[in-house]
Design a protein around this ligand. Structure first.
Ligand code: RB5
Length: 146
């Protein structure tokens, strides 16, 4: 099984570090693509690093953290083959896997606490895509890549 990739900007750095510890406790391998401090950086750069790693086949799934999760999801969804979801509740974290086959989870350090972030990660990584009736819609999403 491939590792997951994780990245943040400065506003998501602290929560990213906490999520990494959570992944370690769960025995889930990850590749940290930065940032590595709270020094100000541009979130699109880190979203792009993570999406490129998925496009290159280094990972199938990713986690992006910024202040809100919104900028990261906007940047990620500009990348071919990426279906990123910005969520702050566990129902949506599961549903976006089941219905949208989301491959990147985004959330905001200024929005969710660490405990909820861990639940979002567990819900997202622990839920399978349902396929079936959803596939035609995911195919439509993917067609916008062209
Ligand atoms: C950084 O201040 C902030 O704009 C960024 O982390 C994110 O929330 C953007 O969507």
């Amino acid at each position: 099984m491939l590792p997951i990739v994780i990245a943040s900007d400065h506003a998501g750095f602290s929560l990213k570090e906490q999520v990494k510890k959570h992944l370690e406790e769960k025995g889930i391998e990850y590749i940290d693509l930065g940032t590595n401090s709270t020094e100000s950086v541009a979130y699109p750069e880190y979203a792009s690093k993570l999406c490129c790693a998925i496009q290159e086949g280094k990972a199938n799934m990713g986690i992006l953290v910024c202040g809100t999760g919104i900028g990261m999801s906007m940047a990620a969804n500009k990348h071919k083959g990426i279906r990123a979801a910005c969520v702050s509740d566990t129902f949506s974290a599961k549903a976006t896997r089941m219905h949208n086959d989301a491959n990147v989870l985004c959330f905001g350090e200024r929005v969710v606490g660490a405990g909820l972030a861990f639940e979002l990660v567990d819900a997202f990584l622990g839920t399978e895509y349902e396929g079936g009736r959803h596939q035609v819609r995911v195919d439509m999403l993917n067609s916008f890549d062209k």
